[in-house]
Design a protein around this ligand. Structure first.
Ligand code: RIB
Ligand code: CA
Length: 314
């Protein structure tokens, strides 16, 4: 087997972040250097508590957890309790976790871990607002050379926005952070709504996960039952899009996805289109592509992967 991929994960748990974490935390292909919580779906006080409970549920108490930015770089925090519930992971059975956040700030962890890495070594997985990643790049521009790639859930092109008509939530919450990341000149792989809306849960898929019968798959099924309620009304679908797990699924099985090099820029001026990702999919400008933009996925094989990996928990 090839050497495990060293990764730093940054997230705002959220039910779909939780499934992403479950997929990552028992993947032998990944060497998780640390996980950072950011304010997003719900305030930071909740996302970091959720992170601790979720990681403890997988028994990966060896993984170091960090608390990152409490708010976006410039704008006020916008949260999404209407989608995820007041806890951010409604459906999950609360417990007081033993796992605690490390003392240093999540941004400082990202800087220090990257400074100690080799050039092009570290993969960053980001499934919340990009505040921590951008703050680290602004604080320590020298770390860019240590980043192999940044794998992001965010943005939308052919799909309409899910928080405004123009913008996807993660990018809308911190568009200035997205602008910093898009200009960092490191490889970026972006999973926007165009592809995540193709991996919808449905009762059969959730039932297959629940049938696995281990504590992690039970927790996953409980959260997906809740998560599907809001979005199934919104999208008149049978469930919810599994946005964040697309990032890890691509690292584990890239062949499930179709990507295209595109130039991507983000709106940071207009209130009407704030956070809109302008994806030059048809290459109508001479702007150089700065992103591998994901636009298609084999949904059945995605859920096969997810179910197969969740089955491996005891
Ligand atoms: O727009 C979907 C994204 O916003 C997902 O990452 C979800 O968890 C929320 O953070
Ligand atoms: Ca998220």
């Amino acid at each position: 087997m090839t050497k495990p991929i060293p990764v730093i994960i940054d997230c705002d748990p959220g039910q779909d972040d939780a499934i992403m974490l479950f997929l990552a935390l028992n993947a032998p292909e990944l060497d998780i250097r640390g996980i950072v919580a950011v304010g997003g779906n719900v305030p930071l006080a909740r996302t970091r508590l959720n992170l601790a409970m979720l990681v403890e549920t997988t028994r990966r108490t060896d993984v170091k957890l960090y608390s990152g930015a409490i708010r976006p770089m410039v704008r006020d925090l916008v949260t999404a309790e209407e989608v995820h519930g007041i806890t951010g992971i409604n459906g999950f059975e609360f417990f007081e976790p033993e796992m605690k956040m490390q003392d240093i700030h999540g941004v400082d962890f990202i800087v220090e871990n990257l400074r100690g890495a080799r050039d092009n070594e570290i993969t960053i997985i980001a499934t919340g607002p990009l505040t921590n990643i951008a703050m680290a790049l602004v604080k320590a521009p020298d770390i860019a050379d240590k980043i192999k790639q940044i794998v992001i859930m965010g943005g939308a092109s052919f799909e309409a926005g899910n928080v405004t008509p123009s913008a996807e939530f993660n990018i809308y919450v911190d568009p200035h952070a997205c602008d910093v990341v898009l200009k960092c000149q490191r490889p970026i792989i972006m999973f926007g709504l165009d592809v995540t809306h193709k991996v919808m849960t449905n009762p059969a898929r959730v039932a297959a996960i629940r049938a696995l019968g281990n504590p992690v798959s039970e927790a996953a099924a409980d959260m997906l039952d809740y998560f599907g309620k809001h979005d199934s009304k919104k999208y008149s679908s049978g469930g919810a899009p599994l946005h964040d797990p697309c990032t890890v699924a691509w690292l584990l099985k890239p062949e499930l996805f179709e990507l295209k090099p595109c130039h991507v820029a983000v709106e940071t001026g207009s209130e009407l289109t704030m956070g809109h990702t302008a994806v030059d999919f048809w290459q109508v400008t001479d702007n150089t592509a700065n992103v591998q933009w994901a636009y298609d996925v084999n949904a059945d094989r995605f859920f096969d992967l997810l179910t197969e990996r969740l089955e491996q928990y005891q």
